[in-house]
Design a protein around this ligand. Structure first.
Ligand code: SF4
Length: 486
């Protein structure tokens, strides 16, 4: 009994803390950690509604509406606010105990009426937190009832998505909300024989507004008419001009609705647009393709060649020159990355992109950790690392969390960790350099404005990685190796 007694923190001696700190870095502890089944410690993902909110931000005049708890809504808002360093407007109908017992219809009625009257959105995108999902609130019926009672106009767009947080991650919530918005806006708009002649580009869940601007730059260079669906580039990075605009930017609703009559739709993130693309294939008249995120030269080539082929456009000299600059920069920097070992964690599409880029650079993506992934993802990742000699011996860890990652870094170390801010604790504990990539990045500035897709993105990414290694060398080398030239 005395062995199991809980000790107050103040009663734990420095010696005991040291002993445990050393023990959690051992292989013996790692084995116990990896045998863990019923507990997740620091997962490398957020919950579904957070993703739904990002999809909602991508549309003109759209107010994200959380049907559920206020605390959950604050979590999504503060995460976006900290990552983008921008206001992140959203409302919640603030369900509490009575809503949990009697259902949240009254909360939704009051919330919708107030939000519509006060904030005058063009569209209200509704999604759920855990509580209404647990009790099984019928959103479809509630919204219909709200319109019948004339709390909001009958023609006000109110796409909704069920985003239960106890399954999936933020990428699944993004997918569900995106599909709901596109289906709602385009309902009844499909016209036989009509073709808008445009490309619909789906960037997927991406917290890097620079990436979205990079896509626009590539499409403009190729002179392809396009609609960037769920375009958060201005919503989440609006100019500071002294005036507050609650709805800057976003895809115009009329443009989004025309997806059903588009010439082509391309998604650049397979796993965060899985259901949206199933809907596109079933409901839209143009071609539908899913391409990998264009990280590195090979995947960017694939993206640009596909665009050129679909729209019968020659590759412009400006893009050819950009490609040449990227190849030049990679050649200049390859010796700093060659054979270096990396650990990576993040969303499936980002991981596939980053691994492809590292293999191109002759680097080894040694630990690849995805905290929720399907067997399909594992197979795809395995095929990718099998393509390159640098993938030999690399390990894929799916459905593992950041506490597992800590054990990996402690017992089988790497030269650098790549992932979002949440990786900083494992990196610090194990003395591993950490490059912030992904979402959220809340302890460094402006990385979300610097593209890492396309040829320019490849240059940015390799510059950040190579210079980090060089900084470490200058900071830590002995005086006799401290050189001007690196
Ligand atoms: S996991 Fe559930 S309770 Fe937690 S923030 Fe997400 S929706 Fe709210």
């Amino acid at each position: 009994m005395s062995e199991c007694a809980i000790k107050k923190v103040t009663e734990i001696s420095g010696e005991e803390v040291k002993k445990i700190s050393e023990w959690i870095d051992t292989k013996e502890y790692a084995e116990k950690n990896f045998a863990r089944e019923a507990l997740v410690i620091n997962p490398a993902h957020a919950c579904q509604p957070l993703g739904a909110q990002l999809a909602a931000y991508g549309f003109e005049g759209t107010l994200p509406f959380v049907h559920g708890s206020q605390g959950c809504a604050s979590y999504y808002r503060s995460t976006f606010n900290r990552h983008f360093r921008e206001p992140a407007p959203a409302v919640s109908d603030a369900m509490t105990e009575d809503g949990a017992v009697f259902g949240g219809q009254n909360n939704l009625f009051e919330g919708l009426e107030n939000a519509y009257t006060l904030y005058k959105p063009k569209m209200t995108a509704i999604f759920t937190s855990c509580m209404p999902e647990v009790i099984g609130d019928d959103l479809n019926a509630y919204i219909k009832n709200a319109k019948q009672k004339e709390l909001i106009p009958a023609d006000h767009p109110t796409p909704y998505a069920n985003t239960p947080s106890f399954s999936g991650t933020h990428i699944h919530g993004y997918d569900a909300m995106l599909k709901a918005i596109l289906a709602d806006l385009s309902a009844g708009k499909k016209a036989e024989g009509k073709c808008s002649g445009k490309l619909n580009l789906l960037p997927g869940f991406d917290g890097n507004v620079g990436n979205l601007r990079e896509y626009k730059k590539i499409l403009a260079a190729l002179e392809i008419p396009y609609v960037l669906q769920a375009d958060i580039s201005d919503t989440m990075d609006s100019p500071l001009d002294g005036k507050y605009n609650p709805y800057p930017g976003g895809t115009r609703l009329e443009d989004a609705a025309e997806i059903v009559n588009a010439k082509a739709t391309i998604s650049l993130q397979k796993y965060s647009t899985l259901n949206t693309m199933k809907w596109v294939k079933a409901e839209c008249s143009g071609s539908a393709d899913v391409l990998p995120l264009p990280f590195g030269v090979k995947k960017t080539d694939q993206f640009i060649l596909k665009l050129s082929e679909l729209f019968d456009k020659p590759i412009p000299e400006s893009l050819k020159a950009e490609r040449g600059h990227a190849v030049d920069a990679m050649t200049d920097a390859h010796q700093y990355l060659h054979n270096k070992k990396f650990a990576l964690f993040g969303d499936p599409d980002y991981l596939l992109g980053l691994v492809s880029f590292l293999l191109e650079m002759g680097a080894r993506p040694y630990h690849i950790l995805c905290s929720r992934a399907s067997k399909k993802f594992t197979k795809e990742m395995q095929a990718l690392i099998d393509e390159s000699p640098y993938g030999k011996g690399c390990n894929i860890w799916t459905n593992k969390d950041l506490w597992h990652l800590r054990s990996l870094l402690a017992t089988d170390p790497v030269d650098m960790l790549i992932g979002d801010t949440h990786g900083k604790f494992a990196a610090r504990d194990t003395n591993t350099p950490h490059l912030r990539v992904g979402f959220p990045i809340i302890d460094r500035v402006n990385l979300h404005r610097s593209p890492i897709v396309g040829y320019s993105g490849a240059i940015n990414l390799l510059t950040q990685i190579a210079n980090k290694f060089l900084d470490i060398k200058d900071d830590t080398c002995e005086d006799r190796f401290f050189e001007m030239m690196r």
